[in-house]
Each structure stands twice: as C-alpha cells, then as structure tokens.
Write a new protein. Structure first.
Length: 261
C-alpha cells in the first residue's frame, strides 16, 4: 500500500502495467484532503508526455524505480480527460471511479468515507502535498522545471518485395566442328597392288564416288541454378531533432521594508 511516506519518491517515477508495459511517468500526486494520504496519480502519457491521465492508487505498488498499477496502458490512456488544475471535484472523482470500476461508497475497492469535497495537491510547491515548514524547520521553497523526455515508436514506412522475371539476352559461344574434304592420292604399281591394277579392261572409262560429311553447330538451352537470393533487414540509427514546450517555475520575493521585489 502506498502511503504519505512514499510521496516524495513518486514524482517522475515511471508507471507500468502489470504485464510490464510502460504507461508513462508521474507528474502529480493528488491527496485526500482529509487524511492526507495519496489517492490519485496524474501520469504523463503519449509520445512526448503531452497528455495526462489519472490513475487511482488502490492496489498500486512501488518497487525499485517503478510504480505498478493493475490497469492496462490502453485503459489508462482512454480515461476521462480532466484538467490537472490542482484539485479533483467530487463529480470528477466519481466519474473516474466509475470508469475504473471502483466505488466511492462500497464495492470491490473503496476509499475511506470523509466529509472532504475532493482531493487537493499543493499548488505552491511541486512536492505534491502540504508540508508544515514550522514543524520541520525547513524554510526553503523548491523550484522545479520540466525537461523534455523524448521517446520513439515503431511504425510501418513501406514494404520491400522480391520478385523474379525473365529477360532474353544474346550470347555467342564458339563450337569446334569437323568436315570431310576430298584429296587425290596416287600410289605406284608394286607387286602388292599389281593384281588390283590389272583387274578390268586395259582401256576404259569409269567413275568413283566418295561421300563427304561435315558437322553443323546445333543450339539448345538448359536451365541450371546459379545462386540463391533473399531479402534481409538491418537496423540503422539516425538522429532527429524534436521540439516541445517546457514549463519552469520562477521565484520572486517581496521585501516589506522596501519597495524592492
């Protein structure tokens, strides 16, 4: 259970849902005006923390550097929009309780019934609750200022597609070919061929034919695998500048002994 002793460390603390997702960071703590116990958180949400949503502190837990609440991030971001002006009216309080499924007068989770008209936060300091400086001896005033906290979100910017298509190109290859050609061969008459030479008439006319062959190049194609291609992704880091408005507290003083301020 979160008590008033936890209040100083709640400011700026990150708020997470039960499943571990980050909801935002604490901007203000609202207290029960009667008991002084913390009852609500005003949490900065959105991409640059430009929105504020109220979360009840029932069943919230503080551990390490975070606050864990029993609500999903979407539930918190869709909560009724109420100006964080330093006070919750009874109507605003009831509207928030109804949204989160709580009852201010009974039910699963309840708050202590008091005669208070709402919840207050300290509007003179940024500690979020009233502190009696005479009791602590602390006469200093805390001055705070906002700082830009940038975050990122992932979104789809395009798609890459891998497709295959066919193109036709001309290629030239050299193919060795052979061919037969005729040549005239003469041999003298010897004892070995004399019989063949005297076979037939002594004087006559005749013809002999020799068939010639030659190779001709033939072109055909075959499909062969040459490589594997796939799409891969890699992450590159760039730097971009973002601009936002921040508020800063300034402290003046009035000197009753002089006209100086």
């Amino acid at each position: 259970m979160i008590t008033r002793n936890d209040i100083p460390k709640l400011y700026g603390m990150d708020v997470y849902e039960a499943d571990g997702g980050k909801i935002g960071s604490t901007d203000e703590v609202y207290l029960d005006a009667e008991t002084g116990e913390p009852e609500w958180l005003a949490v900065k949400t959105g991409l640059f923390g430009t929105k504020q949503s109220f979360i009840p502190l029932q069943r919230a837990e503080v551990g390490g550097d975070r606050i864990t609440v029993p609500f999903e991030k979407a539930k918190v971001k869709d909560a009724p929009r109420i100006d964080p002006d330093g006070r919750l009216s009874p109507e605003e309080e009831d509207e928030l309780y109804r949204y989160y499924g709580f009852s201010s007068s009974g039910g699963n989770l309840t708050r202590e019934e008091t005669t208070t008209t709402g919840y207050d936060r300290d509007t003179t300091t940024t500690t979020g609750y009233h502190r009696d400086s005479s009791a602590t001896g602390d006469e200093a005033m805390t001055r705070s200022e906002e700082r830009l906290v940038a975050d990122t979100r992932k979104e789809q910017v395009g798609k890459a597609r891998l497709r295959k298509y066919v193109v036709t190109e001309q290629e030239q290859v050299t193919v060795p070919v052979t061919r037969e050609q005729v040549r005239l061969e003469r041999e003298p008459i010897t004892e070995a061929n004399r019989g063949d030479a005297l076979d037939g008439p002594e004087i006559s006319e005749s013809e002999h034919e020799v068939t010639l062959h030659a190779e001709r190049p033939v072109v055909d194609t075959e499909a062969v695998p040459v490589e594997r291609v796939r799409l891969g992704k890699e992450t590159v880091t760039d730097e971009e500048s973002v601009t936002g408005e921040v508020r800063k507290e300034q402290i003046d003083f009035d000197d009753p002994g002089t006209s100086r301020r």
